[in-house]
Design a protein around this ligand. Structure first.
Ligand SMILES: COc1cccc(Nc2ncc(-c3ccc(C(=O)NCC(=O)Nc4ccccc4)cc3)c(OCC3CCNCC3)n2)c1
Length: 355
């Protein structure tokens, strides 16, 4: 399908994912030659999810963090929404640690042997797990500080860019309330495997506490190579989650066990808070301090990027910054943010000369 709204600005390539009502295609931003991920949503399919999509687009325009996938441009046509996002060339966390899934077959011992082989290959060392987990905690701490909850933290939503930097996305499109964290959220969403007990039984819950639980499941998966709560029958899975009981493999260190246990508390009020998590001894071990939310000079003004663009568009730097500083998330915004990202990666700040 040719989308005229992208013509001349983006070249669409293969589809890299399709979720409920969204399809994500790999594309090239023509002016910079950079790869981007374009999430395409048909308005007709969105139905009463339309307000949530608008909320997410608004949210993403207010979020700027090293470990959250950047929104570059929003395009609205009669029939579609297009979200032009940062492309994470490193793929999904899943591909780096294939999570060993429960397969019920009769030959139990065969399963144990296969399981043992798979798990040996698939789990990360404590320091590798810590390296990735600190980045995830940094992104979630920033999200919470901005008054958002993710509510669907799982390996599929943890991607990497080309230099193994973690990029958090929300592919499932769950609502992100702006009216602060402490608003009780009634809607249940997210995959049950990573979902907190209070979310699973449909009780009123706080998004921040649900995210802590999901991060506990993520950390367990990173360290063990399999999930703490898993079962091919959904009822057994719920029972396991509500019991809060999970195996502690003998290779887990005491520090890891303590941290995981503080996150996988069934009672959300006993669960560690994000403020305590960022300075937890297991997370700071080997690092010179707590996990930082990172400094985010939001929508910073960069003269080099402005002058490269003003040359290309043949307008003055002053005119160029006037167009950029209204942050319309149009093609100007996309070009500028992509140039800024390239600069931060130490890549040359230049545009494809009009051939
Ligand atoms: C190299 O091989 C590979 C292999 C696989 C992937 C890639 N790369 C690659 N890069 C970028 C994407 C992407 C980025 C953002 C959004 C999004 O929906 N943002 C919205 C958003 O992030 N909200 C939000 C975030 C934080 C807080 C609140 C709201 C959607 C998709 C991608 O997608 C493909 C899917 C496929 C199914 N599993 C998940 C990824 N894939 C590359």
């Amino acid at each position: 399908v040719r989308y005229t709204a992208l013509k001349g600005h983006y070249e669409l390539e293969k589809t890299i994912g399709c979720g409920g009502f969204a399809k994500v295609k790999l594309a090239t931003h023509i002016l910079t030659g950079e790869k981007v991920a374009i999430k395409i949503m048909e308005k007709a399919h969105l139905g009463d999810d339309l307000p949530r999509v608008k909320l997410e687009m608004k949210a993403l325009q207010n979020l700027s963090h090293r470990h959250i996938c950047k929104l570059y441009q929003v395009i609205e046509t009669e029939a579609h929404y297009f979200m032009v996002m940062e492309y994470c060339a490193g793929g999904e966390l899943f591909d780096h640690i294939g999570i060993f899934y429960f397969i019920y077959i009769d030959y139990f011992y065969l399963l144990l042997i296969i399981g043992y082989i798979l798990v040996e290959k698939n789990r990360l060392s404590e320091s590798e797990a810590r390296h990735f987990f600190r980045q995830i905690v940094s992104a979630v701490a920033y999200l919470h500080e901005q008054g958002y909850a993710h509510r669907d933290l799982k390996p599929e939503n943890v991607l990497f860019d080309k230099d193994q930097t973690v990029k958090l996305i929300d592919f499932g499109l769950c609502a992100k309330p702006k009216e602060g964290m402490e608003s009780l959220l009634a809607t249940s969403c997210g995959s049950p495997t990573y979902a907190a007990p209070e979310l699973v039984i449909g009780k009123k819950y706080f998004g921040s506490q649900v995210d802590i639980w999901s991060m506990g499941v993520l950390l367990y998966a990173l360290l063990c190579g399999f999930l703490p709560f898993d079962d091919s029958s959904i009822d057994n899975l719920y029972r396991k989650i509500l019991s809060g009981k999970y195996d502690e493999p003998e290779w887990l260190s005491r520090g890891s066990k303590r941290l995981i246990s503080s996150m996988l508390q069934v009672d959300p009020n006993n669960r560690i808070t994000i403020e305590k998590l960022v300075c937890h001894p297991w997370l700071t071990m080997g690092y010179d301090g707590p996990v930082t939310k990172g400094i985010h000079n939001f929508h910073e003004k960069d003269n080099e990027c402005i002058s490269v663009m003003s040359d290309s568009y043949r307008i003055s730097k002053h005119e160029m910054w006037k167009k950029l500083s209204c942050w319309n998330y149009d093609y100007y915004t996309a070009t500028y943010l992509i140039l800024l990202t390239r600069k931060k990666r130490g890549l040359p700040v230049k545009l494809v000369t009009s051939s």
